[in-house]
Design a protein around this ligand. Structure first.
Ligand code: SF4
Length: 111
């Protein structure tokens, strides 16, 4: 089963996972990064890169975050989802007023 991004990603969106994925299957969800359930090859490379331990094998998601399996898959049924950008680009965007990254941290800041 594909890997899944869970709740700790919300307000963080570090994007380090995006840099290591060999099949480029990370996408920009509204509140957290998404893994495309049909594109993920279950390599596990992204897991140690996540600074908040948000990524799990789909068959090993903690019980209280099981709803994130559907939360990762459903946006793709609803239509096109933008690809997640590499971490260095995301970091630059954070400081650009009105950019996707800038607006994200205004809305989901954990501060
Ligand atoms: Fe990409 Fe591998 Fe992580 Fe799947 S498990 S999202 S293929 S890095």
């Amino acid at each position: 089963m594909a890997y899944v991004v869970t709740e700790p990603c919300i307000g963080v969106k570090d994007h380090a996972c995006v840099d290591v994925c060999p099949v480029d299957c990370f996408y920009e969800g509204e509140d957290h990064i998404l893994i495309h359930p049909e594109e993920c090859i279950d390599c596990g490379a992204c897991v140690p890169e996540c600074p908040v331990d948000a990524i799990f094998d789909g068959s090993d998601v903690p019980e209280h975050w099981k709803d994130y399996i559907a939360k990762n898959a459903d946006p793709f049924k609803a239509g096109d989802v933008p690809k997640a950008v590499q971490r260095d680009k995301w970091e630059v965007q954070k400081g650009q007023e009105g950019s996707v990254a800038n607006l994200y941290y205004q809305k989901y800041s954990k501060a």
